[in-house]
Write a protein that binds this ligand. Structure first.
Ligand SMILES: [Zn+2]
Length: 108
């Protein structure tokens, strides 16, 4: 028994590719692509979309619904230290390098 889902791209069935053509002469159609479910343990968007393009089409069409799942109402912040260090480029010239170092406030 084959385990598959249909591509969720809203325009998948409108792409002019030979692998979407179904039916007999006189009543041919372009059909949404099937996606075989092979790795259901590590699910990602390729389990539901045949291509990056179909994924983008879906994301653009349903962006409000997707954002509503986990809305960002305030900025997130990562504690850092900014350190200036002497460094040397590939020609041997000295310059000041700015390094951003993550600070773990929870670990002390
Ligand atoms: Zn598709």
């Amino acid at each position: 028994m084959s385990n598959f889902v249909w591509c969720h791209g809203p325009s998948c069935h409108k792409s002019h590719t030979q692998d979407r053509i179904r039916g007999v002469k006189g009543s041919k159609v372009l059909r949404t692509k099937k996606i075989k479910q092979v790795n259901t343990e590590h699910v990602n968007f390729y389990n539901y979309f045949c291509s990056q393009g179909c994924y983008n089409d879906f994301a653009h069409k349903y962006v409000r619904e997707v954002i509503a799942i986990a809305p960002r109402t305030e900025a997130l912040e990562t504690p850092i230290d900014v350190v200036k260090e002497h460094a040397r480029d590939w020609r041997g010239n000295d310059y000041m390098e700015t390094k951003i170092i993550a600070v773990d406030n929870n670990g002390g």
